[in-house]
Design a protein around this ligand. Structure first.
Ligand code: GSH
Length: 203
């Protein structure tokens, strides 16, 4: 199997963080978003929406969607558990992960696409979209700040898929100058600093 991957993008990064935390090694092949390689007819056959990451199994079948790929690996390799060990824990972790993706990573992506010079000419950049995204982002960060509290990880005392998604989202914001100010969210800021020291954060 192999993963089609690109280092400058948040969804491939959250999968790499997850795999590093699990200690799972999978071959990767770079597909450059910057060079338009996700939009070639060959790549669109692997994922009609052109997004990364994509998991290709040994029989050649291809599967997009980072979260679905994490769930697949979690079923193959349940240890260490990164979604929880009981139905209630999984319910809680999955819900928090959704806040991290829909409230943070996706909002950061919208801000970056509508402000960064890389996307000028590729996207019809709109200040109204940035304003909306910033509002949703602020309320999501406030909710996560309360949820994290003094816990070492986003969903408790061990890393989960929620950490992978939140770290990839905030790391993308920092790398792409999205001006996400964490000073009002002290618990998120502390967690971001601490998680950033883990080897998986450099994956
Ligand atoms: N929901 C998808 C999103 C995939 C996605 O949009 N990936 C971006 C990078 S973060 C991408 O590859 N964009 C390039 C393109 O759309 O051509 C996932 O979680 O994997």
């Amino acid at each position: 199997m192999k993963i089609y991957d690109y280092r400058g993008a948040p969804n491939p990064k959250r999968l790499r963080i997850y795999l590093a935390e699990k200690g799972i090694e999978v071959a990767t092949e770079k597909v450059s978003i910057a060079d338009g390689e996700t939009r070639t007819p060959e790549f669109l056959q692997k994922n009609p929406l052109g997004g990364l990451p994509v998991l290709e199994l040994d029989d050649g079948t291809c599967y997009p969607e980072s979260l679905a790929i994490m769930h697949y690996f979690e079923e193959l390799h349940p240890e260490p558990p990164m979604i929880g060990t009981t139905p209630e824990e999984r319910l809680r972790v999955r819900g928090i992960e959704r806040i991290c993706e829909l409230g943070v990573l996706s909002r950061v992506a919208a801000i970056v696409q509508n402000t960064h010079r890389f996307f000028r000419g590729r996207v019809d950049q709109s200040p109204a979209v940035v304003e909306q995204a910033n509002k949703f982002l602020s309320s999501s960060l406030a909710a996560l700040d309360d949820l994290i509290g003094e816990q070492p990880f986003v969903a408790g005392d061990r890393p989960t898929i929620a950490d992978c998604t939140l770290y990839a989202g905030l790391h993308f914001a920092r790398n792409m100058d999205a001006n996400v100010d964490l000073s009002e969210y002290g618990n998120v800021a502390r967690w971001f600093d601490e998680f950033g020291k883990r080897p998986s954060a450099r994956a």
